[in-house]
Design a protein. Structure first.
Length: 281
């Protein structure tokens, strides 16, 4: 591993690291915020953030103002890139497929299968790396935005016992039923829609073996709301199964980081409560 950025921030440190990923078979970067306690070597819980289409590890750490919230609750924040990258990694000219659009699945189809195993990366390889090299304890929560909201939901649902809580901004809740998801799942997984159900939060909710505190914020002025996001499908699935969902529809808010920054404090508080944390400042 090699540290490529270091910035004092919110009483702690914002860092960016690069490393060789065995799972993805390429070099990857991730951002990590270390609150003051973690810089002293005191083990802290970790909140993972998964970003959306076209993003890198930079978007969340530079736009959301997350560091102050993380410092207040004494949590580490890890923000990985959204896909494998580099020469030799399959790509597509469109913004919603290939590099920058990994959809947090494990691809089974050529040419994607050689590198695109983002689920294994965010659920297993990256946490193992973080817990080995930083002052991280075993408590984890996960959240994300748009494609990353989809990623956070399916990662939590696919790994019972691994996370204390989950939240999302404007998530793609049912990729099997919307254009973004249908395009990505067809490319990465093939035409077998049964295989898609393993990567669809609405489907996974219906057979969940545990319930986690789940918070979703959705802007009502989001241009992608009616055709790509469809939070009502998640709401219906949770109502049918008794899964505890807090879905907040926010009038006037769009799909941007202005929306995320406005309500991010609530999401950190949501995860801190699930972890049994008290604000430290």
């Amino acid at each position: 591993m090699e540290r490529v950025e270091l910035h004092a921030c919110a009483g702690g440190r914002q860092e960016v690291w690069k490393h060789r990923s065995d799972v993805l078979n390429c070099e990857m970067k991730f951002g990590i915020f270390l609150p003051e306690a973690a810089t002293r070597g005191e083990p802290c819980p970790v909140v993972y953030w998964l970003s959306g289409l076209t993003c890198t590890e930079q978007n969340f750490i530079t736009k959301a103002g997350a560091q102050a919230h993380a410092a207040r609750h004494g949590v580490i924040v890890v923000a990985p890139d959204t896909s494998p990258r580099g020469e030799g990694v399959a790509d597509d000219p469109a913004y919603d497929l290939g590099q920058g659009a990994g959809f947090y699945v494990n691809a089974t189809q050529a040419p994607w299968a050689a590198h695109y195993r983002m689920q294994d990366y965010v659920a297993h390889e990256l946490p193992a790396l973080v817990e080995k090299h930083f002052a991280a304890n075993s408590q984890r929560s996960i959240m994300g935005h748009s494609m990353g909201g989809h990623g956070a939901l399916i990662t939590a649902l696919r790994h019972p016992g691994r996370y204390q809580s989950v939240s999302a901004f404007s998530p793609i809740v049912a990729p099997s039923q919307v254009p973004w998801g249908i395009k990505a799942l067809t490319a990465y997984l093939g035409d077998d829609r049964q295989a898609w159900s393993e990567w669809d939060a609405v489907e996974l909710i219906q057979r969940a073996s545990e319930t986690l505190p789940l918070l979703v914020d959705q802007g009502e002025a989001d241009e992608f709301l009616p055709n790509q996001l469809k939070p009502e499908l998640l709401e219906q699935a949770c109502q049918a199964t008794g899964y505890p969902l807090t879905l907040r529809r926010q009038p006037g808010y769009d799909h941007s980081y202005y929306f995320i920054a406005t309500f991010l404090a609530d999401h950190f508080a949501h995860h801190a409560q699930a972890m049994g944390l008290k604000a430290v400042a």
